[in-house]
Design a protein around this ligand. Structure first.
Ligand SMILES: [Zn+2]
Length: 177
């Protein structure tokens, strides 16, 4: 379940750095889930933030699986998202995953016209922004993923301790320790 731990750690660290409060994280064989509360934002940045937090899970588990972030090419991503949407429209809500959540956030971004007029342009923007965010805070993702190892779960306080430990590590290595 290494990929689940990195996936949820990616969502949680990205959400934390976007001002959300992490309540709990679960990364087990049965359940992949990060529970957060978010402040009420108003305006286009809200859709963009949600999109980045959504994509961060997949990018983080790419690193666990491949050793690097491998965002899907647009066509491939869209194909999977549209497939999920068809199932959900037929009443299979359980098929809904990050691909479809992201597509809905991209739709909101397009409606605001702040990132260009196409879903693809918005997707590219989100890929770059989520990648940059995770790269900047990667040591935190590592520590959070490791903290999930024993039980597959972490409460908010445990998450914050892991994030602080990860952040300290960067400062130490920045000093050449
Ligand atoms: Zn996810």
């Amino acid at each position: 379940m290494k990929e689940a731990r990195y996936h949820e750690a990616g969502h949680a660290v990205a959400a934390h750095h976007n001002g959300y409060t992490i309540n709990s994280i679960t990364a087990t064989a049965e359940e992949w889930r990060t529970n957060w509360s978010q402040p009420v934002f108003i305006g286009p940045a809200d859709a963009w933030r949600e999109a980045c937090v959504t994509l961060a899970g997949q990018l983080a588990d790419d690193v666990a699986a491949w050793g690097e972030m491998r965002p899907e090419p647009w066509e491939e991503y869209l194909g999977e998202a549209e497939e999920q949407r068809e199932f959900v429209e037929e009443g299979h809500e359980d098929v809904r995953g990050d691909h479809l959540w992201l597509l809905e956030h991209l739709g909101e971004m397009v409606a605001y016209h702040s990132w260009g007029d196409s879903l693809e342009a918005c997707y590219r923007e989100v890929v770059e922004d989520a990648r940059r965010l995770l790269a900047e805070y990667w040591s935190e993702v590592e520590v959070v993923a490791r903290a999930l190892e024993p039980t597959g779960t972490l409460e908010g306080a445990g998450f914050m301790r892991a994030v602080q430990e990860g952040a300290t590590r960067v400062v130490e290595s920045g000093l050449g320790a």
